[in-house]
Design a binder for this molecule. Structure first.
Ligand code: DGL
Length: 264
């Protein structure tokens, strides 16, 4: 079974892509740490603790491989891999996304915009990973802290959300970006309203797809990881009253979910 970890429902964008790209019956165990949402405004130290709890929970449930389907947690994990051990392979969002960015452009012309949470942009993760491999690339990261709460509220197509998106894109557009990375697993849910606000020449990278393509390659190279098809299970550390409807809206199908408390 594949374990998926996120701070909330953003990781469902990855679940959806797994069911589309790999198999609609691919067995998944999902943990959304809603009680501590949003991660995007929290310090790396506290996020590190939550990642450890999530990995332990999913491993105990029998995950054979874990995806950290949260950019914020992935950025923290990326810098602290040696401190966060896991008995199974862990795939984060940064490496697959960096590979996708680099393979999608002619480096000398690359002007890459990163839209992410406050913590992700503050950690300058893509500035570092991209610059290491492409000295001619320019990377501009901009935080978009209001988008996660709006998405979690289900305000996907509201005029207010569109206005806020326009405001967040403005500084990146001023930099003449030709690639935009939706560097938060919640943001693909806003792709439809982001796309029309950019010139057609801007390529949008959706990491929720890139991580699944990366997973497929990884599984091919690791045939010893045996995954099963079957019923997926969803756990959340809190379940606000509007979640059942919201999850149904995002996934397009009904799922069973349970509330669990990981604090000891
Ligand atoms: N989905 C998470 C991410 O990809 C962010 C949500 C949060 O701030 O917790 O960064």
């Amino acid at each position: 079974m594949i374990g998926i970890f996120d701070s909330g429902i953003g990781g469902l964008t990855v679940v959806k892509k797994i069911w589309k790209q790999i198999s609609p019956d691919q067995q998944i165990t999902y943990f959304g740490d809603v009680a501590h949402l949003p991660y995007g405004n929290k310090s790396p130290e506290i996020i590190e603790k939550y990642i450890k709890q999530g990995i332990e929970f999913l491993t105990n449930k029998g995950a054979k491989i874990i995806i950290i389907a949260c950019h914020t947690a992935s950025s923290v994990y990326y810098y602290n891999k040696n401190k966060i051990s896991a008995p199974v392979p862990v795939i984060e969002m940064i490496e697959p996304t960096t590979q996708a960015i680099l393979s999608s452009l002619e480096p000398r012309k690359a002007r890459i915009g990163i839209l992410g949470t406050r913590t992700t942009t503050k950690l300058k993760i893509y500035e570092r990973t991209i610059k290491q491999k492409c000295s001619y690339c320019s990377v501009y990261a901009h935080p978009a802290p209001l988008l996660v709460p709006l998405i979690e509220e289900g305000w996907i197509k509201k005029v207010e959300t569109k206005k806020i998106v326009r405001k967040y894109l403005k500084p990146l557009k001023k930099k003449n970006i030709n690639v935009l990375v939706l560097a938060c697993t919640h943001y693909p849910l806003l792709k439809e309203i982001i796309e029309p606000k950019l010139s057609k020449s801007v390529r949008i990278i959706d990491p929720s797809l890139e991580v699944v393509l990366y997973l497929q390659k990884f599984l091919k190279n690791h045939p010893e990881i045996k995954l099963k098809k079957g019923l997926s299970k969803f756990y959340f550390s809190d379940i606000p009253s509007h979640y059942p409807d919201l999850i149904y809206k995002f996934l397009g199908k009904k799922i069973n979910f349970k509330k669990i408390n990981l604090e000891s």
